[in-house]
Design a protein around this ligand. Structure first.
Ligand SMILES: *Cc1c(COP(=O)(O)O)cnc(C)c1O
Length: 225
């Protein structure tokens, strides 16, 4: 890793963090409640190392296998890393996901909840979970439909899973604020604390609308290959 790379990524992290804090202050939110999750999928390892060297601790990955390859040694070399799974999860990867991640943000169906519950028990690793909501009701996208959320929450409660929050990825060409406000309303209704929303193009908006977990990739690391 070059000194240049480290200083670029350090500056990006600082700028985004400053912007998030500014928006929180602007709307009267407690700024310590909003945190930046560096979405590191597909980025070269040196970019991730640069962010680690800059002191960043919270990262999001989309795919279990890619995350395993990258993080199994980094997690040992750097203390206090927190890894979030922010991409869709297949049930046959549940064991590996539970072993590697610290938070799973993409729980979206009862079957997956059951597999995760079983694995967490087997590994005695009880991770906090977020439920991913398909706020735009897009057919090709993962996420639980809004109408199915109460039933999914019931299943999670029966399984004694710790559901901390909700996550959404708004449709690419919609106004994200509609989706952020829906997610916030759902979280409030179900008394869930954490709201994972906002990416490079709308992280400031997300912060102003109550996001607690803001997943930013490109604006931290640069464009993906
Ligand atoms: C890639 C990704 C992000 C970050 O996207 P950027 O536009 O690069 O900031 C956030 N959330 C999820 C679920 C992603 O897959």
């Amino acid at each position: 890793m070059t000194a240049d790379l480290k200083s670029t990524i350090t500056a990006n992290l600082l700028q985004i963090d400053t912007e998030i804090k500014k928006m929180c202050k602007h709307v009267g939110r407690e700024k310590s409640k909003a945190r930046l999750i560096a979405a590191s999928k597909v980025q070269p390892k040196e970019n991730v190392v640069a962010a680690l060297e800059a002191g960043h601790k919270v990262f999001g990955e989309n795919r279990v296998q890619e995350a395993q390859e990258r993080w199994s040694d980094l997690k040992q070399n750097y203390e206090g890393i927190e890894l979030h799974l922010i991409g869709g999860l297949q049930t046959n990867k549940a064991a590996e996901a539970v072993a590697l991640f610290d938070v799973i943000q993409s729980v979206d169906r009862p079957k997956l909840a059951r597999f995760l519950a079983r694995e967490m028990k087997a590994q005695n690793r009880h991770l906090p979970l977020y439920l991913q909501i398909n706020t735009g009701a897009e057919e090709q996208k993962g996420g639980c439909m809004v109408a199915d959320l109460p039933a999914l929450l019931d299943v999670c409660a029966e399984l004694e899973l710790e559901v901390q929050g909700l996550m959404c990825i708004p449709p690419a060409d919609d106004d994200p604020s509609l989706h952020f406000s829906l997610l916030k309303k759902l979280a409030k209704h179900h008394k869930l604390e954490r709201l994972s929303m906002g990416m490079s193009s709308d992280y400031a908006l997300a912060a102003s609308m109550g996001a607690t977990d803001i997943r930013v990739g490109t604006a931290v690391f640069g464009a993906r290959e």
